[in-house]
Design a protein around this ligand. Structure first.
Ligand code: VGL
Ligand code: ZN
Length: 190
């Protein structure tokens, strides 16, 4: 499907952080292989002068999602730690981008970039109507960020060559499409 980036569009790059890459604390298999693809999307949106939003997991060291504190995950993306940094090779633009930290207080987790953040306001202020979403993990933070966007009334496009899952992606992508999301690839935007 051919798509053109318009003045109502924004890119959301979900949680492309060292801890989610191979060798990290909570590695998502092959997550490093989508970095070049995401860099291309970043370039497309930069050229179109459209805003790019980078969400990041930004947990306190005693976060409730960590096993030691009753959660299901190994400690990951601890605030100011190396693992919380953006993945090696991810090319952040020079301007017109925003970093959205989530899961920042120990009593709450946030699988969606909209949860407890100002992402919705930032999108609204910029007249965004369509969100293009890529990053990790398909079945956690990409899924919930996309659900958040759909629920808030954004037309939502999942960049299927720019995502990687922890456990599964088939069911997640089907469910998102059932709720109105569209899947597209790099070639569709070129
Ligand atoms: C994520 C598990 C725990 C994600 C974040 O970014 O998908 N997954 N925290
Ligand atoms: Zn987390």
């Amino acid at each position: 499907m051919r798509l053109k980036i318009t003045q109502n569009d924004a890119l959301i790059v979900v949680d492309m952080q060292k801890d989610f890459m191979p060798g990290g604390a909570l590695p998502v298999q092959n997550a490093d292989t989508i970095i070049p693809v995401i860099n291309t999307y970043i370039e497309f949106f930069q050229k179109a002068q459209r805003p790019i939003f980078f969400t990041r997991d930004w947990h306190p060291k005693d976060h409730l999602s960590f096993k030691e504190y009753g959660g299901i995950w190994p400690p990951h993306c601890v605030q100011e730690s190396e693992g919380a940094e953006f993945a090696e090779g991810l090319q952040l633009p020079q301007e017109n981008y925003f970093i959205i930290s989530k899961g920042t207080s120990k009593e709450f987790d946030a699988y969606s970039g909209f949860q407890g953040t100002i992402l919705h306001d930032l999108l609204q202020e910029r007249g965004v109507k369509r969100t293009f979403i890529c990053g990790v993990a398909t079945d956690f933070c990409v899924k919930n960020s996309a659900l958040g966007a759909l629920h808030l009334g954004f037309f939502t496009i999942i960049l299927e060559d720019g995502i990687k899952e922890v456990f599964e992606s088939t069911q997640t992508l089907q469910m998102l499409q059932d709720k109105g999301a569209i899947l597209c690839k790099k070639e569709d935007l070129e």
